[in-house]
Design a protein around this ligand. Structure first.
Ligand code: SF4
Length: 113
């Protein structure tokens, strides 16, 4: 079974506009008390921000993922920098050959490490 803390984080990260805490517990399939503990853990870990929000006059919290600094190592496949940096192509990610080549290189590097 998936870790509910990870599940909650993924869900919050997938919604840049944020998630209401009053809806998060329903989406996770946990009760509101357990959801509060999950949210507290994520907030204390610096992974999300929580701000007061009123919906239909009822107080809840808006949860948003924090922007974390990118690890520069994640942009490299060996010595090769991800092609998206300074890319001037019209972006169609699903059909991008430079990106596919880079990901192939990344797979080779990770396989040989
Ligand atoms: S996915 Fe391809 S086209 Fe899009 S920014 Fe990256 S390299 Fe450029």
């Amino acid at each position: 079974m998936a870790d509910p803390v990870d599940e909650a984080l993924k869900l919050i990260q997938s919604k840049p506009e944020g998630v209401l805490q009053s809806e998060l517990w329903k989406e996770l399939g946990v009760d509101s008390r357990k959801c509060s503990r999950i949210v507290k853990k994520l907030e204390e870990g610096g992974l999300i921000e929580r701000s007061e929000f009123r919906k239909d006059g009822i107080k809840t919290f808006l949860l948003r993922a924090r922007q974390l600094p990118v690890n520069p190592g994640d942009l490299l496949a060996g010595d090769e920098l991800i092609p998206c940096i300074n890319c001037e192509l019209e972006c169609l990610v699903e059909e991008c050959h430079p990106l596919m080549d880079w990901m192939y290189q990344l797979a080779i590097v990770q396989h040989t490490e």
